[in-house]
Design a protein around this ligand. Structure first.
Ligand code: NAD
Length: 352
């Protein structure tokens, strides 16, 4: 297989963890006889420094023409001024929009020997294995009208939560498809007791469910879901929800695993290149120290092989090597270990 992969290392620990993932992909390339061509571009703070824009047209075009995009992280204190016109996250939102990736998949799995790294008691964590599917291009983050206005000396700010039925249908359908390959349960999270957009969400979800009689559908209010995620997390299989609810719930779910550094994500559309990135940010507090956990990005590259390149065997081999590495106690500082980024990466390579 020949594949064109665009790398967007970004800021902070981004370049460190992307470099680790490239090593793993190169090892697989040799072992399985594939040809991956990598081309590197800028996004986020480094791109603002170089060109004044957090995402240039040239970078977006390269990503749109690729088979898949692997991103590190963007942002940092240098670009944090809330009054600045151009912020690193703007580039990330524009990239998601430009690639039309409407679904963000985030698995949350607890590794048995890491239960002590989690803030929950070990007995709460047995069997936790869920996939959160978050809508990514609609809802409160994109709805119009949006902005501020001055009225009689007062300032008013407005955001709008809006969804089209087809936007809901395509993401809920993806959740049902994923559930077929898992434990066959979908929990759709909304706020249908208050929000009209949630009532439409629930209606469309019920329609989609009729096409999947083998899958159990459960509707849950977002406040209940946030509570159940910590009181009984093993009940969830596939969770599907709108953009902002998903943003919040996925971070809550992530801490169950013990570290943000462990978790991958995939952002998928219909047909175009997928965007793969760890869920963590640029971690400026540890950038440049060589101690960042590379697992989230390495597992993101496994997702890339699975969902964009359809290389299931190769994806599973990365996941198995990561599992063995963690079980062997090769852990970075975020998980209470002493291993460096490169030591963990080398161990994963040895376990491949
Ligand atoms: P963060 O995820 O960068 O860091 C939170 C904490 O987790 C820090 O203590 C950090 O050291 C630790 N951490 C995160 N990833 C780690 C890893 N791989 N290995 C070891 N430890 C890790 O979140 P933050 O501190 O809120 O944000 C820092 C910057 O990142 C901000 O500028 C923010 O806007 C940006 N950010 C970017 C993204 C993205 O690129 N997708 C996501 C979230 C935050």
């Amino acid at each position: 297989m020949q594949a064109n992969i665009v790398l967007l290392p970004g800021d902070g620990i981004g370049p460190e963890v992307v470099a680790a993932a490239i090593k793993v992909l190169k090892a697989l390339e040799t072992r399985f006889g594939h040809t991956f061509s990598f081309s590197e571009h800028m996004i986020g703070g480094c791109s603002i420094d170089a060109s004044g824009k957090s995402l240039t047209d040239e970078t977006l075009k390269a990503c749109q023409a690729a088979d898949a995009v692997l991103l590190g992280a963007v942002g940092g204190p240098k670009w944090d001024d809330p009054k600045a016109n151009e912020r690193p996250e703007k580039g990330l939102l524009a990239l998601r929009k430009g690639l039309a990736v409407f679904a963000n998949l985030r698995p949350v799995k607890v590794y048995p020997n890491l239960v002590d790294a989690s803030p929950l008691r070990p007995e709460k964590l047995a069997g936790v294995d869920m996939m959160v599917v978050r809508e990514l291009t609609g809802g409160l983050y994109f709805g119009e009208p949006k902005g501020r206005e001055q009225i009689d000396g007062r300032t008013r700010a407005v955001d709008t939560m809006a969804y089209w039925d087809d936007e809901i249908r395509r993401i809920v359908d993806m959740a049902f498809q994923l559930a077929r390959g898992r434990r066959k349960k979908v929990t759709s999270v909304d706020k249908a007791n208050v929000l009209e957009s949630s009532r439409l969400w629930r209606q469309v979800t019920a329609e989609v469910a009729t096409g999947y009689p083998d899958i159990k559908l459960e509707n849950m209010l977002v406040d209940t879901a946030s509570m159940r995620l910590v009181s009984n997390p093993s009940e969830f299989d596939v969770v599907v929800t709108e953009n902002m609810f998903g943003d919040i719930l996925t971070d809550e779910a992530a801490v169950l695993t013990g570290s943000m550094g462990l978790l991958p994500s995939a952002s998928l559309g219909s047909g175009g290149p997928g965007l793969y990135e760890p869920i963590h940010g640029s971690a400026p507090d540890i950038a440049g120290k060589g101690i960042a956990n590379p697992v989230g990005t390495i597992l993101s590259s496994a997702f890339m092989l699975r969902y964009s390149l359809k290389l299931e065997k190769e994806a599973s081999s990365i996941e198995a090597a990561v599992e063995k590495t963690i079980a062997g106690g090769h852990l970075t500082a975020d998980l209470g270990g002493t291993a460096t980024t490169s030591e963990v990466t080398e161990t994963i390579l040895a376990n491949l």
